[in-house]
Each structure stands twice: as structure tokens, then as C-alpha cells.
Design a protein around this ligand. Structure first.
Ligand code: TYM
Length: 327
């Protein structure tokens, strides 16, 4: 029996190389080893305001990017979260057993809500319970994500454990699958902060669909430090981040990279990184364009994905309802 994988990306903002290196690329790498379910989590996106037409288009865009990056919709289940109602239903059931205190501790909520705690949506607060439902419905063993999501996966385990304790064995306890390198790619213009889809500054993230010119502009202006020498020093946040991206895309070791850049400066590193990023994204962008040129194909993939996801999740939901006394 292959182990099961579940993961997802929100269709809000533009997907960037942090999403690729921290998540999607890792899904592709292990695709053959596991039974996979990859979801476009549009119900998570609506916890903050979204323009309906934009949300609809972005949802397709994210699914197309999964496939352009190498997710094979024949091998893996690819679907849109809101097409499978079990996610909403289980969320409500798990809300009944999740203490507010657990959600209050979520650092992502604290960061996102900030000073606006009273005015953000109830959904933003409850967001981790929806995420727990996503994962638990598919009996996922492993959840490949960037390091910003590990706390949510710990919470998922806590919720599953509590449900199992109260109502009998129902849910499998999942584990986060986080790579040591690339789990937290930093913003190019502010390298002490995470590269983010929702950042206001367009210079922070290289988007997966950026033109070569945009990639060049962003990388050449990336913030570094006044020190000399190219070395993997985690204290030199900007440089370390650029080198990490270089390492992941080139496949070279840290030693190889350091000796390659010996005696060279930032300008040289940045120029080479621009070429590497442009060349790494080119095939993804070409496949993306092909997929988007056939919208009916994409709709068919998502319809089939929703069918397959519904079969799995409905069975689990039914079991959970039965255990809770809801049938
Ligand atoms: P989201 O949409 O913010 O990000 C999608 C994936 O990209 C990773 N990631 C990063 N990795 C490295 N460096 C970065 N700067 C970076 N930014 C984002 C994230 O860790 C994530 O793996 N709550 C989730 C979506 C979700 C989900 C799920 C994930 C909903 N249900 C169930 C796994 C399982 C989120 O907002 O990811």
C-alpha cells in the first residue's frame, strides 16, 4: 500500500517561486512514490475579500500551474476544494470539538489579523479547521508544505486525536513533509520576511508566470548586504536566500556553488541567478500556455478530479457522521 499525500495552494495572488520550491516541486518529485491528492483551496481564499471573476480565473490558473509543473492528473487527483462539499461539512463538525484557544495560538492568524482582530472574518480564524478537514478526509499520511504550514498540521493532528478519543478511531494522524532547504524562501526586497503572494510590494516575489524582464528586474534589485564574498551564511539573509534559490534550481552542492563564485561579487551571482530562474521557469510557462489554450480540457480534468475526490471524502465523512451520531 502506498502512503497517501494531500496538499494544496490558495488561488489568491500570483504563485511564486517560494510556492514552487517549498511545495509544488516537492509534490512532483515524490508523485510516483505516493497516492496523491492535490487541491486548489479556493474556500480558504474567501476568508479574505475576493473578486468573484478573479477568484474563478485564479482557481483555473493554479490548477494549470500544478499540471505545468509536472503534476499528472491521471496519476494524481487534482480538484477544486469547493467542488467537493465534504470539506465544508466536516469543517462544521470539527468546529464543534476545536477549542478557540487552539486557534488563538496560530501564528499565521496572528500575523494576518494583526491589529484588525475584531474586523477580520470568522473564516480567517477558523481557517485551520478547514485545512484539517482537507487533510483528514483523505487519510493523508504526509502533507508536503513549506515551513509556514507546520503549525497547522500539528493542529490537524490534535483535532484528529481529540475526535478519535471522543468518538472512536476515525482519522489518521498526518505528518508534515518539510524539506530542509527551500522550506521558507524569503522576500527579495525584504529578506527577513517570507516571500508572499499577498505582499503589497511587487518586488518581493518572482512569480511563476513572470516575464524574463520582470525576473531580471526583481533579482537584480534584490536586497543584499555590504559585506564581501559569496558564502552560505544564514545571518546574511538576502545573500543566503539568493544562494538557496540557486542551489535548488541548479542542483549543485553548497561547496560547489561557493567555489564557483569565489572571487566574484553580487552582480555576477545575480546575473547567473537570473539566467537560471528564467531557464527553469521557461518549460513551466510553455506548458502552462498550452494548458490554458484548451480550457475545456482543464474543466474536464477538474470535473474528473472532483468525482474522484468525492468518492474518497464522502466515505470518510459518512464514517465521521456515524461516529458523531449525525446519521
Ligand atoms: P499557501 O497557498 O499560502 O502556500 C502554498 C504552499 O506554498 C508554501 N509556501 C512557501 N514555501 C516556501 N517559501 C515560501 N516563501 C512559501 N510561501 C508559501 C506553503 O507552505 C504551502 O505549502 N493553508 C495553506 C493551503 C492549504 C493546505 C491545505 C496545504 C489549505 N489546505 C491542506 C496543505 C494541506 C496555504 O495557505 O498555503
Amino acid at each position: 500500500m502506498k502512503k497517501k499525500v494531500f496538499s494544496g495552494v490558495q488561488p489568491s495572488g500570483n504563485l511564486h517561486i517560494g510556492n514552487y520550491l517549498g511545495a509544488i516541486r516537492n509534490w512532483v518529485e515524490v508523485q510516483g512514490q505516493y497516492e496523491n491528492v492535490f487541491c486548489v483551496v479556493n474556500a480558504h481564499a474567501i476568508t479574505v475579500p475576493q473578486e468573484p471573476a478573479v477568484l474563478h480565473a485564479k482557481t483555473r490558473e493554479v490548477a494549470a500551474i500544478y499540471m505545468a509543473c509536472g503534476i499528472d492528473p491521471e496519476e494524481s487527483v487534482v480538484f477544486v476544494q469547493s467542488h467537493v462539499p465534504a470539506h465544508f461539512e466536516l469543517t462544521w463538525m470539527l468546529n464543534g470539538i476545536t477549542p478557540m484557544g487552539w486557534l488563538n495560538r496560530m501564528t499565521q492568524f496572528k500575523e494576518k489579523a494583526g491589529e484588525e482582530r475584531e474586523s477580520v472574518s470568522t473564516g480567517l480564524f477558523d481557517y485551520p479547521v478547514l485545512m484539517a478537514s482537507d487533510i483528514l478526509l483523505y487519510d493523508a499520511d504526509l502533507v508536503p508544505v513549506g515551513s509556514d504550514q507546520t503549525q497547522h498540521i500539528e493542529l490537524t493532528r490534535d483535532i484528529a486525536q481529540r475526535f478519535n478519543y471522543l468518538f472512536g478511531d476515525t482519522f489518521k494522524l498526518p505528518q508534515a513533509l518539510v524539506r530542509e532547504t527551500g522550506a521558507r524562501i524569503m522576500a527579495l526586497d525584504e529578506p527577513t520576511k517570507k516571500m508572499s503572494k499577498s505582499s503589497e510590494s511587487p518586488m518581493g516575489a518572482v512569480d511563476l508566470l513572470d516575464t524574463p524582464d520582470a525576473i531580471k528586474r526583481k533579482i537584480m534589485r534584490a536586497v543584499t548586504d555590504p559585506l564581501r564574498g559569496i558564502a552560505f551564511d544564514p545571518e546574511r539573509h538576502g545573500l543566503f536566500n539568493l544562494l538557496t534559490i540557486y542551489q535548488l534550481l541548479s542542483g549543485s552542492s553548497r561547496d560547489q556553488i561557493e567555489s564557483h563564485f569565489e572571487g566574484k561579487g553580487y552582480a555576477e551571482l545575480k546575473r547567473e541567478l537570473v539566467d537560471l530562474v528564467v531557464e527553469s521557469l521557461r518549460p513551466i510557462q510553455e506548458r502552462y500556455a498550452q494548458i490554458m489554450a484548451e480550457p475545456q480540457y482543464l474543466e474536464d480534468v477538474l470535473a474528473r478530479g472532483a468525482e474522484r475526490a468525492s468518492v474518497i471524502s464522502e466515505a470518510k465523512l459518512r464514517q465521521a457522521k456515524e461516529h458523531m451520531g449525525l446519521l
